[in-house]
Design a protein around this ligand. Structure first.
Ligand code: PBG
Length: 303
């Protein structure tokens, strides 16, 4: 199998992980690197780029053209609107949904001095910093995990925020502060590797065997909420679901860009009927101010 992937170290680690799992099942697989515009335009802030899916669309095209057999993505980068002819065949078990903060001297965010600069290109992470740590400043930072850690080391930033899952996959055992997911609500689908393929192909069926059902449920609920609010990857919005027995503990929120206002819903919903309940939570979030906050953020970011 030819496994389409971006060429970044994180993307390659994810693709190799999938290749390894496939070869355990007797399927030969190797990565095929595809360069995407998200990799080329590395100086623009994410929300200013050609919309959502900058990392994914070109890989979709190669998959649809049959140049690769499957593709591996971070599920949180996969837009909710998907092209005809492609579907997620499997998600791997989530290792961590959490955001972590890395500082130069191993300090916690609360220990950084007034005005210290936190690097992040995510409107969600920036708004959360402003909400929970108003003594800090935020500044845009782009680049892959290695680049961001290098910029931290060079003193351009006093802290950076990352998905813990990325550090785990890169095998980077560095000192970090794990941020509570009910304070720092993660992006929908954060920390999950997805395998995309063409339904009806033998490759789709073969990789379906790698699916983790619990993660499928959790990410399905998060994705339904994110999709209903339609924040794209620009609005400061988070959704996190955790399976506990026959229930799913779900938290979702939208913040204003300055972190001062929020709409938030937290509820445990039954696994049975989770699709209906996910939409209900999305409507509840929209009605308690979430809809307006998403529209406001989109308006302000367009300017
Ligand atoms: N937007 C970039 C991106 N997409 C997925 C991950 C990390 C791995 C994951 O969440 O699955 C990252 C980097 C980050 O957020 O620090």
């Amino acid at each position: 199998m030819r496994v389409g992937t971006r060429g970044s170290r994180l993307a390659m680690a994810q693709a190799r992980k999938v290749c390894g799992l496939l070869s355990e099942r007797g399927v030969e697989a190797s990565p095929a690197i595809i360069k995407t515009s998200g990799d080329v335009h590395t100086s623009e802030p994410l929300h200013a780029m050609k919309g959502v899916g900058a990392f994914v669309r070109e890989i979709d095209d190669r998959l649809l053209a049959g140049e690769v057999d499957i593709a591996v993505h971070s599920l949180k980068d996969v837009p909710t609107k998907r092209p005809e002819g492609l579907a997620t065949a499997a998600v791997l078990k989530r290792e961590s949904a959490l955001d972590v903060a890395v500082t130069r001297e191993g300090k916690k965010l609360s220990e950084l001095e007034e005005g210290a600069v936190v690097g992040t290109s995510s409107t969600r992470r920036a708004a959360l910093i402003k909400k929970h740590y108003p003594h800090l400043r935020t500044n845009n930072i782009r680049g892959n995990v290695d680049t961001r850690l290098r910029k931290l080391g060079e003193g351009e930033y006093d802290a950076i925020l990352l998905a813990e899952a990325g550090l785990i996959r890169l095998g980077m055992d560095i000192i970090k502060e794990r941020l509570d997911p009910y304070d720092f609500v993660p992006s929908a689908n954060q920390g999950v590797i997805a395998i995309v393929a063409r339904p009806g192909t033998p490759e789709f069926d073969a990789v379906s065997a790698l699916n983790d059902h619990d993660t499928w449920l959790e990410t399905g609920v998060e994705r339904a909420i994110a999709s209903a609010l339609d924040g794209g990857c620009v609005a400061p919005m988070g959704a996190y679901a955790r399976l506990e027995g026959d229930g799913l503990d779900v938290v979702c929120e939208v913040l204003s860009l300055d972190g001062r206002r929020q709409a938030r819903v937290r509820e445990t919903i039954p696994v049975k009927d989770h699709e209906r309940h996910a939409l209900r939570l999305a409507e509840k979030l929209a009605a308690c101010g979430g809809r307006d906050l998403v529209e406001e953020a989109k308006r302000e970011l367009r300017r």
